[in-house]
Design a protein. Sequence first.
Length: 206
Amino acid sequence: MLSQRWRPMVLAFAAVLAIWVVALVGYHIARNSKMTAAKVQQYVNSIDLSKLSGEARKNALHTLASKLNSLSLEERRKARLQRSAWDWFAQMTEEEKTEFVEATMPTGFKQMLSSFEQLPQEQRRKTVDDAMRELRRGREQATREGSSTVDTTNAPALSPELEAKVRTIGLQAFYSQSSAQTKAELAPVLEELQRAMETGRPFRRR
């Protein structure tokens, strides 16, 4: 039987051990529940969208959009490079594409476009340059890390024609007039622009 002297120490040790066990269990649960680009890809691979219709198809598209929206910035970039949703996007109707693009755009991107348009022309050009540079940096980094998790050979990239339009036409007007397909191609640039605008760098240049 424990003496009065050792009992508090044993109880304290047991309490610390219990806290560590709870923390480790919580960590593993959080890590397993965290959405990743790999999990998005697994979900896409597990379902044949062409065989779905009606409510089942609608629910599958909604689930994919929710998974993409749950990704961190880095995981979202990986998903983009892996073309995680691209196979499904190609099978969507125009209405589905429009709804999917709107559902997966970053929160507040329309406000970002409005703020972006208020910048002087030279700063808009510089901000777009920065966004394009970040996109290329991400592709180059993925290439250096190897293709075991990222398919850089088929990774989507903004076409030279579309990039030229982004630079010469008001981005907000161009986006509003674009098809769902073009909006999907613009999505990576918009994400990078929003990230840059949130840092405040374009405004500090004024």
